[in-house]
Structures are given as C-alpha cells and as structure tokens.
Design a protein around this ligand. Sequence first.
Ligand SMILES: [Zn+2]
Length: 142
Amino acid sequence: MVVKIRCVVCRATVPAWPSAGRAQKVCGDECRKERNRKLARKRRQARLAEYRQDEVKRKRKQRALEKERRALTAGQEAASRQDSEQCHAPASVDKVAKGRDKVDRILDDFWQVSRARLREEIERMLLLAAAQSPAPPVRAGP
Ligand SMILES: [Zn+2]
C-alpha cells in the first residue's frame, strides 16, 4: 500500500518514497532545502551565543584562507614575471645604433645613385653577401 504524506512546507499531499514511509516530511528537493534552512535558523536562534562564536571563527578562517590565496597568486605572478624577464636579454644599445647607421647609409646611397648604378650596387652587395656566407657543401660526383 502506498503511504501518502502531507509536505510540512508546501502542504501538498504526495505519495512517500517506499523506503521513507511515514518518516518523510517534505515532497521534494526544494521543500527539503527550505525545511533545512528553517531548522538551521531555529537552531541558531536557540543558541545565539554559540552561533556568534562559531561565525567569528568561520570568518577568521575564511579571511586567512583568502589572504593566503591572494599571497600565493601574487607570488606566482611575480615568479612568472621574473621568468619572462630572464628569458630574453634586452637588445644591445650599441648593436641597434650600428644597425640604424648601416640602414641610413644604404638608404642615402640608394637615393643618390641612378637606376643603373642602383642595380650595380645591388648586384655587388649580393655577390659580397654570397662570398661572406659559408660555401654550400660540395656534392660528391658519381
Ligand atoms: Zn513541499
């Protein structure tokens, strides 16, 4: 036989779970949450001093955890920042200045020469670059 109960929260009449039977007080999850909240409120009001002490302890613990978490996060950020700073050395000021001078000289030369001269210059620079680069490996013939 199906046992029916009357929910103590919403007052609905519903069939009880077979395993609960008459011990069941509420109809579902929402009403169970509401009942638990109501019972907890009642317990807190009955022992107000204890509840306040517990709440102070809980808040202290929570603040300490939060502080620890913040310190850990800040430490990780600082460590990652330090890692990224150590990864690459800053550019050499001298090298950058020399490169800029070289580019300026090349551009000045290009602006002053005629088109035919420019082609000669480019060919000369390419030959020079090829001569400076390491020789390609010599292939052994058959
Ligand atoms: Zn209910």
